[in-house]
Design a binder for this molecule. Structure first.
Ligand code: CTP
Ligand code: MG
Length: 222
């Protein structure tokens, strides 16, 4: 079977405040270099969606193709899907640098079995439903939420390409938006296999995540 890795990297990195995250460095390498190097050995092609006007960071391996992304992550993935003919696709956020070969291979096996799969982490913290009191601008505990059977969704997510393309077209027709691709496939009533992920797959979203990523990456060589 043929696999393509599709990497949405067209966001603006508003919460981190350092420009588009593709070019933000961790351990002396761009986030996009971390993500593409983890995937390239396992797939026939890697395609990256970048913000308009941004070119690939110089440390990204040769052979990676680029397209211009869209206004939302969902738009960027839809455009990435039009850029490949591979039978299976692995979608992975550029903002998650620490992706192991074991996880990539586990996802490739899962997508062959189930046509749709995502890496997910069983939730470890206590969860509550909170309500923001608008007068006080403070949040208060409304009720606890049972943690068993709850999973936090990560990437990579893997799909038979035509299934995910159908899910994107269906979502567009319905005006349905989801924060991830597995959510669009689940919306069709299709099952999505959960592959147990790894805390190291966290997304670099805010300043604290970048500090954590630097610690994981270890001292930079340059
Ligand atoms: N992404 C994308 N196209 C968009 C928006 C997001 O390809 N229009 C990508 C981001 O580049 C990132 C992934 O989707 O790799 C997850 O998004 P997020 O962590 O929210 O990154 P940003 O949108 O860049 O950050 P922010 O929301 O803080 O602006
Ligand atoms: Mg975003």
């Amino acid at each position: 079977p043929s696999y393509a890795a599709l990497i949405p990297a067209a966001g603006s990195g508003t919460r981190l405040g350092k420009g588009p995250k593709a070019a933000v460095t961790v351990g002396g390498r761009s986030l996009l270099a971390w993500a593409t190097e983890a995937l390239a050995p396992h797939v026939a092609e890697v395609v990256v969606a970048l913000p308009g006007g941004l070119s690939l960071p110089a440390d990204v391996p040769a052979g990676v193709r680029t397209i211009t992304g869209g206004a939302t992550r969902q738009d960027s993935v839809r455009l990435l899907l039009e850029a490949t003919h591979a039978e299976y696709v692995l979608i992975h956020d550029a903002a998650r640098p620490f992706l192991s070969a074991e996880i990539v291979q586990a996802m490739q096996a899962a997508v062959l079995r189930s046509e749709a799969a995502t890496v997910a982490l069983p939730v470890a913290d206590s969860l509550v439903l909170g309500d923001v009191n608008t007068e006080q601008a403070r949040a208060f505990w409304v009720q606890g939420v049972a943690r068993e059977n709850l999973w936090a969704i990560q990437t990579p997510q893997g799909f038979r390409r035509e299934l995910l393309q159908y899910a994107h077209a269906y979502a567009a027709a319905e005006g349905f938006a989801a924060t991830d691709d597995a959510g669009l496939v689940a919306r069709l009533g299709h099952t999505v296999e959960l592959v147990e992920g790894d805390a190291r797959l966290f997304k670099v979203t805010r300043a604290g995540d970048l500090a954590l990523a630097e610690a994981f990456a270890g001292p930079s060589e340059s």
